[in-house]
Design a protein around this ligand. Sequence first.
Ligand SMILES: [Zn+2]
Ligand SMILES: [Zn+2]
Length: 315
Amino acid sequence: MRALVFDGKLEYCADYPTPVPNAGEALIRVCYAGICATDLEITKGYMGFKGIPGHEFIGIVEKCADESLIGKRVVGEINLWCGTCEFCIGGNKTHCPNRTVLGIYKKDGVFADYVTLPVRNLHLLPDSISYLEAVFIEPLAAAFEILEQVELKDKKVCVIGDGRLGLLCAQVLALTGCRLTTIGRHPEKLSILKNRGLRTRDNADGLGREFDVAVDCTGSNDGLNEALRIVKPRGNIVLKTTVADRGAFDLNQIVIDEITITGSRCGPFGPAIKALAEKRVDVMPLVDKIFPVEEGLAAFEHAAKKGVLKTMLRF
Ligand SMILES: [Zn+2]
Ligand SMILES: [Zn+2]
């Protein structure tokens, strides 16, 4: 099968072996896949991953013990949990210490014609969600995770960063009716939010320490410092950024001002699918460019350029 493979260097391979599903798994033919910041970090050494990266996708089930799934359009949760440890039994499957993670940790991902995933990780898609929209379900679920973690009702909230994840988080947080501002540096990206009636700013100048919650979606080391400048004492900073190289931080302000820092990663697929199906969020303005998988290296180069939104691979 065709695949992008990372082994210290990302390469296109035309004849990579097709994966064989284990018991309880489905073989899925990938239709479209999205390149996200995590994939770019992986090619810089994040998680020490080797193999096929990629975790945002829509595919069609080709082989599966449950024949009712064959031919169905699916998306998949990316954490492969064991189901028997204390974390799994306690309902914290995404923190299972025995887990592998699709295209991120010890499990080949979706930048290939085929991928295997446990059937329990799969979600069927309603017809009202298009192929391209479906690619955003995984990152959209990550945005919904914030709603599981922090009470936002009536709060003054700031999303910092107008990149791919920032634009998704802003739309999702806005659904709560919180008083939301998004700070970004790209007028054309902020206009996606403005067009939906959301408040935006092109910098933090003139802002005091006035937000109950600040959400760092910058994808850079500066995001936390920026959040610390605008969050109220006893406020909450939600970190969505993972970078291969985390710098050092002065933690004193966090102690003095009793700031809560909330790490936030993968989230629930159900609400993400529902919000897309009900058209309560709009991801299509985020589609930047679609490359055939053979041009995957060019796609990665494109995705790494400043200001680019969602780059996709087509199979
Ligand atoms: Zn991702
Ligand atoms: Zn487990």
